[in-house]
Design a protein around this ligand. Structure first.
Ligand SMILES: *[C@@H]1O[C@H](CO)[C@@H](O)[C@H](O)[C@H]1NC(C)=O
Ligand SMILES: *[C@@H]1O[C@H](CO)[C@@H](O)[C@H](O)[C@H]1NC(C)=O
Ligand SMILES: *[C@@H]1O[C@H](CO)[C@@H](O)[C@H](O)[C@H]1NC(C)=O
Ligand SMILES: *[C@@H]1O[C@H](CO)[C@@H](O)[C@H](O)[C@H]1NC(C)=O
Ligand SMILES: *[C@@H]1O[C@H](CO)[C@@H](O)[C@H](O)[C@H]1NC(C)=O
Ligand SMILES: *[C@@H]1O[C@H](CO)[C@@H](O)[C@H](O)[C@H]1NC(C)=O
Length: 680
């Protein structure tokens, strides 16, 4: 996020480098949301609530120059403890510490000592800041999705985690304070029943009050069923690349050049330095063998040999081992070579194993091997957008017939504001201090979706959270399944498209009543239901036992292995486009599926009019099908209202619908984990 690609007059010899145009913040440009907007919804009345590690209020991204007083609907407060203050951009801040998670280096205030909350807040709604960079890299204008909107922060996370009670309290405060959108880049590694999940419950309360919650899908990919934050009333956001990648090259004394992934701001000025292999420099007196020092782990290297040299290491490390042995740089090679770049505390790059072996061969066969690591450059990534390896994948582990994640958004190597007391690299003891940092995660894509949701909310303040979510899903850019083998289980409906989302044509709306029916259909009784709703709702009448009738903007059908395909979905769409319009159903279904949409033509004569339709899906016996992808699109000649349709197999004899999929049984309930949430 937040980046200009500056043109450099340099020739790249290793890979073709397609020139990028000068742009402001790259991720929003990449999504088609320009800095100078031809359409400007009134963002100034929009308040984005961010539940995270707090915020650095003095960051330029939250400067309130030119901002008027907060909108009248704002009812929140600013907890000004320990030198923390708000302004007309950052209008509210609270912090929570019910489990006494406060650590020694942390602030007993909404102030962010981690960097994470400052990063996510500025991604969603930071103002335009010229000249932002990470130590000179990715220089340009930093901006959030809704730069004119207001921010309210709720510090629920500390370095050791985020307490469930605090998450719930923050949701309820944010609702009462009057926020419009909630952004929460936090989740558990284990699926919990919705009535046991503070994010599911808090987001339900938000939904009851007209507020959409945008959540990160988690960083546990590419493992199937790893997706978290899976309730249907929130937007679950996966992470994909933008068309810019950071590379850092190694040039050996023999002229060989290799390209690695790293965010390397350190310039060795092209000077070559002696190279050494970590496996040739074990700290023998400390009892270390070459098998251990080859990875350059902490405590493994002999500083007499390594001092002043660039060290080649197998495996990915944080740089501590090389730094403590007074090494000057670090060339790593890892078989799990990452598809994104990371920051290190010293000149570093990460090669794939084949290139690493060539470097090692040069070191071992050359007298006085030398080489250098070049400072990072930004290259065009023609394969973008591609869902990143770590982004958690579907299918939905609890409710297999609700497709998750919902959408994907940029979250790879994103530049945004940072806390100047937090280490910027992966090395926890890094003493470098920066105001902007480049990091990756579904934590970074979630606030992009939150910003896009705020953009839609600004255009249509009266839309329900579900209508906003539907608009973001049905207008998403279609992703390329050839580059993403998990297809919809990686990217859901597709890549978020903020400008498209303000003209969706039709929306799949749903209200609290629909979600209550959904939970009742899944087998909830009145007591478990009330744990979620917080009110006196009841479950009565017949239960279908399935999720097909929730008015969801996508379609998922899980079939027990070895059974035939059969499912019927009830849906209704509301016209938010031209009053008089006629939509025709277009179905794409692979040969294994028969899909009938009835009726296949929907005519509207007014705005707000709603029409129902049925989707019948059938087919023969299937077994061991990871995913069969199709789609249903309503078209009126102007709009394409597209919903993915996926069919896949699950274990036989498994009661498909009732909120407990195979794989979830062994997971410890979250309350056994001291009420502390894992942080993503
Ligand atoms: C409060 O923060 C400001 C800005 O960072 C700093 O200049 C000032 O010294 C701080 N005061 C205290 C008491 O920490
Ligand atoms: C590279 O050049 C800069 C500016 O001349 C200097 O500050 C820096 O120390 C040099 N770095 C190395 C590794 O020689
Ligand atoms: C070897 O390891 C010990 C213990 O960590 C450390 O004190 C010593 O400095 C190391 N020796 C060298 C030559 O790096
Ligand atoms: C409601 O469901 C929960 C969880 O399945 C169960 O423990 C509880 O006994 C049920 N309550 C009633 C009144 O059936
Ligand atoms: C509930 O199910 C029963 C038995 O299948 C059926 O007779 C009855 O009509 C159903 N009631 C409703 C409201 O659908
Ligand atoms: C919509 O169509 C109806 C009937 O064809 C017509 O009477 C009406 O004027 C049209 N409204 C608009 C806004 O075009």
């Amino acid at each position: 996020l937040f980046v200009v690609i500056t043109e450099k007059d340099r020739v790249v010899s290793v890979l073709p480098n397609t020139k990028l145009q000068l742009h402001t913040t790259r991720s929003w440009e990449f999504m088609g949301l320009p800095q100078n907007r031809f359409y400007l919804p009134p963002e100034r009345d929009i308040i984005v609530g961010v539940l995270d590690t707090g915020i650095w209020p003095e960051s330029e991204s939250f400067n309130d120059d030119g901002f008027s007083a907060p909108p009248a609907k704002w009812k929140g407060i600013c907890q000004t403890a320990s030198n923390f203050s708000c302004n007309n951009k950052l209008i509210g801040a609270r912090y929570y510490n019910s489990e006494d998670l406060y650590g020694v280096k942390e602030f007993k205030s909404p102030r962010d000592s981690e960097g994470h909350g400052t990063h996510t807040s500025s991604t969603a709604a930071g103002r335009d800041v010229a000249g932002a960079s990470y130590l000179g890299l990715a220089q340009g204008i930093a901006r959030g999705g809704v730069p004119q909107a207001r921010i309210a922060v709720y510090k629920v996370c500390w370095s050791s985690g985020c307490a469930m009670a605090d998450i719930l309290a923050a949701f309820d405060d944010a609702v009462a304070d009057g926020v419009d959108i909630i952004s929460l880049s936090v989740g558990s590694d284990f699926p919990a029943q919705y009535f046991d999940d503070p994010i599911a419950i808090g987001a339900f309360h938000a939904m009851q009050h007209g507020i959409l919650t945008s959540n990160s899908a988690g960083n546990s990919g590419p493992r199937p069923r790893s997706v978290s934050n899976i309730v249907p009333w929130t937007l679950t956001v996966a992470t994909s690349t933008i068309d810019r990648k950071f590379v850092s090259q190694v040039v050996l004394g023999n002229g060989q050049t290799f390209t690695g992934n790293a965010i390397n701001p350190f310039d060795l000025n092209g000077t070559s330095f002696p190279l050494i292999y970590g496996g040739s420099a074990p700290n023998v007196s400390a009892g270390v063998s070459a098998d251990f020092s080859r990875s350059c782990r902490t405590g493994s290297l002999n500083s007499y040999k390594v001092q002043g040299k660039i060290v080649f290491c197998y495996d990915f490390e944080d740089g501590h081992g090389v730094i403590e042995a007074h090494g000057l740089g670090n060339i790593m090679a890892d078989s799990a070579h990452s598809d994104f770049a990371i920051s290190y505390p010293l000149p570093s790059t990460l090669l794939n194993i084949e290139d690493g072996e060539k470097v090692l061969d040069y070191i071992q066969t050359t007298d006085n091997p030398i080489g250098t690591i070049l400072a990072s450059d930004t290259w065009k990534d023609a394969s973008a957008p591609r869902v990143i390896s770590f982004s958690s994948r579907g299918p939905n582990p609890l409710t297999p017939d609700i497709l998750k994640p919902d959408v994907t958004a940029p979250g790879v190597d994103i530049l945004a504001a940072w806390s100047p007391v937090a280490p910027p690299s992966i090395y926890h003891e890094d003493t470098t201090r920066v105001k902007y940092n480049i990091i990756s995660g579904t934590s970074m894509s979630c606030p992009h979706a939150s910003g896009a949701a705020a953009f839609v909310k600004a255009a249509y303040p009266d839309w329900s959270p579900t209508a906003i979510k539907s608009a973001l899903m049905t207008t998403a850019y279609v992703m390329d399944a050839r580059k993403n083998k998990d297809a919809e289980f990686a990217y859901g409906s597709g890549h978020i498209n903020p400008l498209g989302a303000i003209d969706p044509g039709l929306v799949y709306d749903a209200s609290e009543k629909d979600y209550v029916e959904f939970l009742c259909n899944l087998g909830y009784n009145s007591s478990t239901l009330r744990l979620v709703t917080g009110d006196s709702s009841t479950c009565s009448g017949n239960r279908t036992g399935n999720a097909w009738d929730l008015n969801y903007p996508s379609f998922a059908l899980s079939i027990p292995d070895g059974q035939s395909i059969k499912g019927t979905f009830q849906r209704r769409v509301t016209n938010v486009g031209s009053p008089n319009s006629t939509y025709y159903a277009t179905v794409y279904a692979p040969s294994l599926l028969q899909v009938f949409v009835e009726p296949s033509v929907l005519s509207f004569s007014s705005k707000g009019e709603t029409k129902s339709f049925t989707v019948k899906v059938s087919g023969g016996v299937i077994a061991q099908q990871p995913i069969i992808s199709g789609y249903i699109a309503w078209k009126d000649g102007v709009h394409v209202v597209r919903s993915p349709l996926v069919v896949y197999t699950v274990l036989p004899n498994d009661p498909i619908p009732i909120g407990k999929a195979p794989g979830s049984f062994e997971s410890p309930p979250m309350r056994h984990r001291n009420g502390i949430f894992g942080h993503i």
